[in-house]
Write a protein that binds this ligand. Structure first.
Ligand code: FAD
Length: 282
């Protein structure tokens, strides 16, 4: 938590190797000191990371001791697959799920899932497990990349919230105004679930640019130009990135954001540097 008692969460992806798993547990132990509300673990749509993910979720939950929330996507899984996973997680004491449509990895062909959109997954989870799980859904202040326009995407988000989501986590963004605009529009529709900004620390320009293109997050020109100018100077990129992201978080919290969700990419330092800045400033 930051000094203002703002809830924070950290997101990880399931490592592919034993060494990666050990490193993740070490990273999670460091981040656990910040008393996060939960750790979340991403899901490879179509079950591509299912076993590794289950192991990571249970290890974070049971050994590191922070409540872990598996991401669950429906695009490549049958109802029966999803039912099995839900029952397993419930039996293991998991209490929160990030419910998503997901994206199939390239090369995996067409979606084979029986549920087409996240609102259908939320309905399914509620029908199967009642109120057992706290359900998070994804939100896109800059619009989902496949949405035809902002209004349609907003209505689809509202549909997801009405289906029974408890809370939302946004795609990352670098412009606080898009978050405030999105939240205002959701509130105007009478939806009052918390919308937690997703925060992407800046550590590597090439990867960030590629990822941002794919997920529809805009990197403002002034940030792009500065990062390009640093080239391979990773110390300068990290210092600048920490400053930019800390200021973004400050603005979001000052404007009423109810918490922060860090996309850690399985590293402690970049998120921690921002959290420390927030603690120092408050
Ligand atoms: P949806 O809410 O279903 O929306 C997808 C698209 O369909 C949008 O364009 C929307 O406008 C439209 N739509 C929604 N409902 C309807 C409807 N009923 N009728 C018509 N159109 C509709 N991906 C992974 O594969 N694994 C992960 O672990 C993962 N974690 C994520 C965590 C967060 C916090 C976020 C923000 C994203 C994550 N993603 C993950 C990416 C996500 O799966 C993709 O962005 C995916 O394309 C959309 O998922 P969604 O749940 O937002 O879909």
């Amino acid at each position: 938590m930051t000094n203002r008692n703002i809830p924070i969460n950290f997101e990880f992806f399931p490592p592919k190797t034993e060494a990666g798993q050990a490193k993740l547990v070490a990273v999670a132990n460091v981040l656990a000191d910040e008393q996060p509300e939960f750790f979340s673990v991403t899901y490879g749509a179509g079950g591509s990371t299912r076993d590794g993910m289950r192991r990571t979720v249970l290890q974070l939950n049971n050994e590191v001791g922070v409540p872990a929330a598996p991401h669950l996507s429906c695009v490549g899984d049958s109802r029966e697959d999803l039912r099995t996973l839900l029952n397993d997680y419930r039996a293991q004491g998991i209490q929160r799920i990030v419910a998503l449509r997901g994206d199939l990895p390239s090369g995996m062909g067409h979606a084979s899932g029986e549920l087409r959109y996240a609102n259908e997954l939320v309905e399914f989870i509620r029908a199967e497990t009642g109120d057992h799980f706290k359900l998070e859904v994804a939100a896109y202040p800059e619009s989902h990349p496949q949405a035809p326009n902002f209004e349609t995407d907003l209505q689809n988000f509202i549909r997801k919230a009405r289906a029974g989501a408890d809370s939302a986590i946004t795609q990352y963004f670098f412009n606080a105004d898009c978050y405030f605009h999105f939240v205002d529009r959701v509130r105007q529709a009478g939806i009052d679930i918390p919308i937690i900004p997703g925060i992407m620390p800046i550590t590597n320009y090439t990867k960030l640019a590629r990822f941002s293109d794919a997920c529809g997050a805009e990197i403002p020109r002034w940030i792009r130009k500065q990062l390009e100018a640093y080239g391979d100077d990773s110390d300068s990129i990290s210092a600048f990135g920490t400053e930019v992201i800390s200021q973004l978080c400050e603005r979001l919290l000052d404007g009423g954001a109810p918490g922060l969700h860090f996309y850690t990419l399985n590293q402690a330092e970049p998120s921690l540097a921002v959290v420390r800045n927030l603690q120092g400033d408050r």
